[in-house]
Write a new protein. Structure first.
Length: 120
């Protein structure tokens, strides 16, 4: 947790209500305990924004649910790592990769933004 020196000229723009903070801690703990037994299970997750994700629960920490998802080849561009070279001499993006293609990526989801998690 970061702390900054007190400055008498700074104005607080927003401060969470202590009751809301306590409630969010309870929701986070409840969600963590609910999902922990389903590690490595296939699930469907819906966020509070209505976005749906299907994948396997790869892990959890106090703030995130890590979901292994499979992306289509054409969507994989958003997950490109420019520093990864599969073998020496590989020229980079735009050239066919002769080896096996793994389209699985880890998608970190913030626990506070999850609306529903269902086994599939």
């Amino acid at each position: 947790m970061s702390t900054y020196p007190a400055n008498p000229q700074t104005a607080v723009i927003y401060q969470a209500d202590p009751a809301v903070v306590q409630h969010l801690h309870g929701v986070r703990d409840s969600l963590h305990q609910s999902c922990k037994p389903y590690l490595n299970h296939k699930v469907q997750v819906q966020t509070i924004d209505g976005v749906m994700h299907e994948g396997t629960i790869a892990g959890m920490d106090s703030k995130h649910l890590y979901l292994t998802v499979t992306v289509a080849v054409e969507m994989g561009r958003g997950y490109y790592n420019p520093y990864y070279k599969p073998y020496p001499g590989y020229p980079g993006p735009g050239y066919p990769y002769p080896g096996p293609v793994n389209n699985n990526v880890i998608l970190p989801l913030v626990l506070f933004e999850l609306l529903a998690i269902s086994l599939i």
